[in-house]
Design a protein around this ligand. Structure first.
Ligand SMILES: NC(=O)CC[C@H](N)C(=O)O
Length: 375
């Protein structure tokens, strides 16, 4: 099937670096060869938000749900200014979409955004392979299988590259507070921030979004109530400048991090991060809050994780993934800093963890009343 009903089918193939071949039909923006690290996401809905999440820079997204595109695309559900993923793999692209909010169809959106895709792929076989062997570099397109194999084998995936610099905003910008009476200013460091995170922060004040390379001194000079560390693509070890910045902010004001922001905060306090075999990408991961013993069903999208055994003694693990015991959250109470690996802003996914934004607001208020930071 093609993005636009009536278009001719263009045969293509997906070839993984291990030599596995999958045949399909090209959708979206047609290019001879598109490469990236192939990962799978298990959400049942929310494909628009997933495809427009900047954390997927460098990656090709396989949707395990077999029918993608059913409810179309609209102008408001994009999670960033565009798309940064390297491609999309689906079993079956919906031939027709149906939803009162739809303004376009997925195939057209991929085409307009310049995102190549491939449909008709045996995504069960592909997902099993990734689950057994880990996320793997791959290449797909209309080129020959041997060309695709060579391209897949030359693709570094997320190894050794700083992908944050490819997605961060080039200049700072302001997201106005939802409540104009709010006096708080929150600085959000944009490592590839999803829009809905900024919208959640704006419930508590004006959000000043700054580029990933902004120094601690420049941030402190803005006299914010707190600093937010965003999600973002790639290996946290590849963005050492961000770790330096966080070290310059620690203890100065409240800090809250999500996903890559959680991994960077952990590195800033001396902990290690590791690469998971195939990561967590989905909308129903059970996480236990170790502080109150409650279980939250969470939205997730990451390949790296914090090695909890390397946390320094002044930090504690606050959340754990119940599927595989991966560290899902930490706090450093003495430094007024905390972070989670999962996505409290959801989009897509459940909102069980949304209370974490309120905790950040409470921390900023507590700091303001003790005179440790501006309000
Ligand atoms: N969503 C994110 O922030 C992802 C974090 C990091 N790039 C990882 O893959 O683990």
């Amino acid at each position: 099937m093609t993005g636009k009903t009536g278009n001719a089918v263009t045969e293509g193939a997906l070839v993984l670096a291990d030599g596995s071949v999958f045949e399909g039909e090209l959708i979206g923006a047609h290019v001879p060869v598109s490469t990236g690290e192939v990962v799978f996401n298990t959400v049942l809905s929310g494909y628009q938000e997933v495809i427009s999440d900047p954390s997927y820079a460098g990656q090709i997204i396989t949707f395990t749900y077999p029918h993608i595109g059913n409810y179309g695309i609209n102008a408001t559900d994009f999670e960033s200014v565009g798309t940064f993923c390297r491609g999309v793999i689906v079993r079956d692209l919906a031939r027709r979409h149906s939803n009162f909010r739809a303004q376009s169809d997925l195939g057209s959106m991929l085409f307009q955004q310049g995102v190549p895709g491939i449909a008709g792929i045996d995504t069960r076989r592909l997902t099993r392979l990734i689950r057994d062997h880990g996320a793997v570099p791959g290449a797909f397109g209309s080129a020959s299988e041997s060309e695709l194999l060579a391209a897949a084998q030359a693709e570094p995936g997320t190894d050794g590259v700083d992908l944050v610099k490819t997605v961060t905003t080039p200049v700072g910008y302001t997201v106005q507070a939802t409540d104009p009476a709010s006096r708080r200013t929150i600085v959000a460091i944009d490592f590839g921030m999803k829009r809905n995170i900024a919208n959640n922060l704006a419930r508590f004040g004006r959000v000043e979004v700054v580029p990933a390379t902004t120094s601690a001194g420049d941030i402190l000079a803005m006299d914010p109530s707190g600093v937010f560390l965003s999600n973002g693509p790639g290996d946290p070890a590849m963005s050492p400048y961000a770790v330096d910045t966080i070290q310059g902010l620690l203890g100065e004001l409240p800090i809250f991090g999500i996903c890559l922001g959680h991994q960077l905060l952990s590195r800033a306090i001396g902990a290690d991060t590791v690469k998971l075999p195939f990561g967590h990408h989905g909308g129903n991961h059970p996480v236990k809050n170790l502080l109150d013993q409650r279980i939250e069903i969470t939205s997730q999208n990451h390949n790296f994780a914090v090695d909890a055994s390397t946390l320094p003694s002044n930090a504690e693990m606050t959340h754990i993934n119940l599927n595989d015991d991966v560290c899902e959250g930490i706090r450093v109470e003495s430094e007024r800093a905390f972070s989670v690996q999962h996505h409290p802003e959801a989009n897509p996914g459940p909102h069980d963890a949304n209370y974490l934004f309120d905790q950040f607001a409470d921390l900023m208020d507590a700091s303001a009343s003790t005179g440790k930071a501006g309000a």
